[in-house]
Design a protein around this ligand. Structure first.
Ligand SMILES: [Zn+2]
Length: 338
């Protein structure tokens, strides 16, 4: 089995290097986003993003990760941001599926259009052999129906897929209901956004019939046990109702062995089907292979092993560069108005 991180965020790669704690301490999921991750991503410029991606990719290889599916946002540096991530992954020898997560979280359709335009540009221009593009939406609760329809149309036009956070917190479900839908899956489905092969991260607050509807549409769900535990959003008990469920780290280092350990412990604690949970790590390889047009073979594995050998002596220097850039980024975060 090749270890694949089916949902992560290269933009948070510097976080383990002393990211300042959110203030005041968040009490719920939306406050965690607002006081931490949405402050971090607004402070990212090209230099800090490059250092973040280089460090995350270097560590991922060292941890035995073969490839990853990234979901990106850097609102102060949108155009060209996916190239920065792609260059880091291609140079490291790490396979990656990249998208920009379009959002209207600051209230503007223009913001979402810029995000989708970056996905479109990247899907048209990218020729890197180890990298594929996708179309991203941040989450159902931060986008309008028009943006969801446009994202789905863009994915179909490119023969690509959507990558979106779904029902990570109950707030996402409540938002979809306020808009007149039965839930997030109903909203995506009715807007034509369950594009086959699409990647729906989390699904913590989905019911069994919603998970089955996602699976029947040929879409993937991705469980992120360490992140779900850390954000105290709950355990996704209904995921056992689809065979297309993979494992991601949601920005934590791409240590898939550790993620699997936490998964199996959490599955037992919450009475999840252990056989089903054990199949999730391997599903990531199938998910990634779909985006690369077929299963990976011995030649792919051998090339990855050579890349790991080449990268090992450079790991310490990459970390040193990341530490310098992280300090600059934390300064910018502290200076950002609240
Ligand atoms: Zn995520």
């Amino acid at each position: 089995m090749l270890a694949v991180d089916a949902h992560t965020h290269l933009y948070s790669g510097l976080a383990p290097l002393g990211m300042p704690a959110p203030e005041p301490p968040p009490e719920n999921f939306l406050q965690i986003l607002g006081r931490l991750w949405w402050r971090l991503d607004r402070c990212l410029d090209e230099r800090s993003l490059a250092a973040s991606a280089e460090f995350y990719a270097s560590e991922a290889l060292a941890l035995g990760c073969f490839g990853l599916v990234d979901h990106h946002e850097s609102p102060s540096f949108v155009d060209g941001s996916l190239d920065v991530l792609a260059d880091a992954c291609q140079a490291a020898g790490l396979r990656a599926v990249l998208c920009y997560g379009a959002s209207e979280r600051n209230g503007s359709r223009a913001e979402a259009k810029a995000g989708l335009a970056e996905c479109d540009r990247f899907l048209r221009e990218n020729r890197r052999p180890l990298v594929r593009g996708a179309v991203g939406l941040h989450a159902s609760f931060t986008v309008s129906d028009e943006t969801i329809r446009e994202a789905a149309a863009l994915a179909r036009e490119h023969g690509s897929v959507l990558h979106v956070h779904v029902a990570e917190d109950a707030a996402d479900v409540a938002d979809a209901r306020r808009r007149g839908y039965a839930g997030v899956v109903d909203r995506l489905d009715r807007l034509g956004a369950l594009v086959p092969g699409s990647i729906l991260a989390h699904g913590v607050h989905l019911a069994a019939d919603e998970v089955a509807r996602v699976g029947d549409a040929g879409c993937w769900l991705v469980q992120n046990p360490r992140s779900n535990h850390g954000n105290r959003v709950g355990y996704p008990k209904a995921l056992c109702h689809s065979a297309r469920v993979a494992l991601g780290t949601d920005g934590y280092p791409a240590d898939m062995a550790e993620e699997q350990r936490v998964l199996l412990a959490a599955a037992e604690e919450h009475g999840d089907d252990p056989g089903h949970a054990r199949g999730r790590p391997a599903a990531g390889e199938r998910l990634l292979a779909e985006r690369f047009g077929g299963p990976f073979g011995e030649a792919d594995r051998a090339a990855w092993e050579r890349a790991r050998e080449r990268a090992a002596p450079r790991r310490a220097a990459v970390r040193e560069r990341a530490i310098v850039e992280a300090e600059r980024l934390w300064r910018r975060m502290r200076e950002l108005p609240r």
